[in-house]
Every structure is written in C-alpha cells, then in structure tokens.
Design a protein around this ligand. Structure first.
Ligand SMILES: [Fe+2]
Length: 296
C-alpha cells in the first residue's frame, strides 16, 4: 500500500479487524511451532502504521506484534526484513535508524546448512533521494556479498527482500506501487543472476505471484493479513509459504492458515530436507474489512 491511510472506518470496525489479524497470526504461530522450521522469515511491513505519519499507532501495533511473536518457540529463530511501511515510501536516515534501533540490521547475510541468504533493503532501490549515501553503502556491500557467492561453493544462494523486482516476467510492465522500474529491475536481477542467485523471495503485494528469469525463480508471497483486492479478485487467502530445501533444489508451497496441521505431521518425518517459513507483510492491524470474509 502507498503511504497514507485511505481507509475511513470506524474505530469499532478497525478494532474488529485488528483482532481478526491478531487471531490469524496467533493461529499461524501455533502452526509454525508445530512445523518446527529451521527459521521463520518475515519479509517486511511488520505492521501497517507508517513511522512518520502515525508514530503512536505504530508503537501500539509493534507492541501487539512483539507480544504475539514472543509465542514463537524459542528454538526457532526469526529473521525480520524492512518494508515500505517500516521505513516510509521515501526512507530517511531517521526512519532507517528507528528501524535498526528497534529490529537490528536492515541488510545482512546469513548462512544455514550450506545455503547463503542475502537480505536486501529494497526500499533503498525504490526511492533513495533522501538516503543516497546509505543506498550506495548497501550497494557496495551487495557487490562484496555477490563476490563471496561467486567464489564459495554454496548449495544455493537465496535473496530475501520486500518488494519484488517483477511478478512473472522481467519484461512485464512496471507496476508503480508493487514492482520496480525496468532499468533498476534489469540491472539488479542481472547482477544477482550472474552471482548464481536462483531463488528470490519477496512480499509487499499481498498476492502470490511466480516469475522466472532464466532458471532464477522470483517468488512473491501473500500475507498473514490483508489480501490484495485493489481492482482485482484476491488470488490467495491469509497464509505463509513453506520452503523445503534439499541439496539439489528448493521447493515451496503457499499454506493457508488453518490448513497446515495434517501437512505438518508428514513433515515431521523429514530427513533429506529442511524447511523454513516465509511470511510476508503481516500487515498487522491493517484494518481492512475484506479480511472478514476469510474463515479460519
Ligand atoms: Fe509493502
């Protein structure tokens, strides 16, 4: 969503929807604790309120979010990414600092079982007019990481980010809210591809989309909360993505909240693969009544 609040609902409606989103997250966490993934990734827009517009509301939403996240099994790490709702559509040094002070680094790499994960702050590629130095800092760091990716022998190199470079095809039309302009999209995706990145996971769109560039997969996952009905029918329900990693490849499946327990039981038998969870844009307390049509 763009910065600002175009939704004019009563406080009662907002509270009702906030409670529904909290209950969706609550159920999802029960399922994650049962699935026992190696880690959980939340790909940005940790809550809905923008820091520069509604700081008090954002504080309340963050407190609610942290209260729920504290229920995640302490043996399961989680990885947080920043989105446009966390940094503002036009990030500033102050909004970045606020995020880093609250949640830690906004771009970083980590390694698990021979797989390299590169976390990007895509907001810096989206609008860096007020943070040019910081944008250049991340871009130089990315070069270093891609050099490591090329020179080391990892099983897979995976990029995690908030805004997808594209939905289905790198040549598709630019979506001014949800993807990147052609120039930056092609420049960065080519760099990633040449460094052997073959899987990119993103969120932001509140819909599921699957794209390819050569043999690189660009996977956009929907959200725990609001499902995108801006001029179209949602193609997903509230959920998260279950990612299974083998030495050879990475499989992934979008799971609707409330439908994973039987699936999870089977996964307890896993021996030749490991799993992690991607969930996008919790959009916690996004306050949209269309959530109410999803039964869990
Ligand atoms: Fe977003």
């Amino acid at each position: 969503m763009a910065e600002g609040d175009p939704f004019d609902y009563t406080m009662e409606q907002k509270r009702e929807n906030a409670n529904l989103e909290l209950s969706l997250l609550h159920t999802a966490i029960d399922e994650w604790n049962h699935l026992k993934p190696s880690f959980i990734v939340i790909t940005g827009d940790l809550v809905n309120a923008f820091p520069s517009i509604s700081p008090e509301l954002r504080r309340k939403q963050l407190d609610d979010l942290k209260h729920e996240l504290s229920r995640i099994d302490t043996n399961i790490p989680f990885v947080l990414l920043s989105g446009n709702h966390d940094l503002g559509d036009i990030p500033t040094n102050e909004s970045v600092k606020q995020y880093v002070d609250e949640f830690g680094d906004d771009y970083f790499s980590f390694w698990y079982n021979g797989v390299m994960f590169i976390v990007l702050n895509t907001q810096l590629y989206r609008n860096n007019t007020l943070v040019m130095d910081y944008y250049e800092q991340q871009d130089r760091w990315l070069d270093q990481q891609l050099s490591i990716a090329i020179n080391e022998n990892y099983k897979h190199i995976v990029v995690l980010q908030h805004i997808p470079w594209f939905f289905n095809n790198i040549d598709e039309e630019f979506n001014p809210i949800f993807t990147f302009p052609m120039e930056v999209r092609k420049r960065i995706v080519k760099r990633l591809y040449e460094a052997n990145v073959r899987f990119i996971f993103a969120g932001h769109y509140h819909r599921n989309e699957y794209g390819v560039y050569g043999n690189l997969s660009m996977i956009t996952s929907s959200a725990i909360g609001w499902q995108n009905d801006m001029g179209m029918v949602p193609n997903s329900k509230s959920g998260y993505r279950l990612v299974s990693v083998t030495n050879e490849t990475i499989h992934h499946e979008y799971i609707e909240i409330g439908r994973s327990p039987s699936h999870a039981n089977g996964l307890q038998m896993r021996t030749s693969f490991w799993i992690f969870i991607i969930t996008s844009s919790l959009s916690l307390l996004v306050y949209l009544p269309n959530l109410l049509r999803f039964k869990i």
